[in-house]
Design a protein around this ligand. Sequence first.
Ligand SMILES: [Zn+2]
Length: 267
Amino acid sequence: MTKNRVPIPSDLSAEVMFSSDRTCCVCRERGKATQIHHIDEDPSNNKLENLSLLCLECHNDTQLKGGVGRKLNAPLVIKYRDEWMERVSERRKIADERAVSRQVGDVSISQQIETQVSRPHLPVELKDPPMDYINSLPEFKQALLSQAQPKWDTGLTATMVQANYDYIDSLTGVLVTLSNYYSPAQFGEQSAQKYFSEIISSRFQWHRTISEPHGPGTGGTIVNVTVGGSVMSDLEKMVEDMVMALVDYDDSFDWRGWPKRWRGNKI
Ligand SMILES: [Zn+2]
């Protein structure tokens, strides 16, 4: 059987990348170089259900023909892929909800944000930045850090990595929420969620790349923890930059106090 490679249409590959969070669905280590894998190994079969995102190592495992147990076979890839995509979408939902429902005690703002999240392209006139929400963010960050601390204290790589990812997801939710106060034109034709997903994956790639001067995989599993930590700092800076840009010349904003409170909570 001849297998003709047919280029994957760009909207389809974008869909696979986004729904997998640009992360290999098998090992799920963020920041690794990935490629789209044809599950049935027919490179002309570009149906969505035949595509999955794998890192180069996991892709090699699909090529192993040794013992039955060793090969990462098609049904297994499908199982990993479906479970991973489900988790990515669930994670995004939770992070958004958490970020939006942050303003306890001020239901009106929470509702206002929810409305805008559900129809991000509607507002033509820009809304005022949500000052109560912005002022509550340092406290929100502190709560997230307190949640993560016991997990970091375990010293277990997998647990620490997960704590980092949870934190990153939550700050992504904040960025997405803040983006609703920008003109929709600022984030191009894609949703803010996709916009940030791209930036964050490229930060993961950057930090992983510079962490392993001797090549992929040479840094050991601890790299997953340190890379996540570096991306966390990037996101903290992004939130700060966005807040500063949004409040603009608002006189009621505590220009000196807010950044102090935000940064002071840093671990
Ligand atoms: Zn992998």
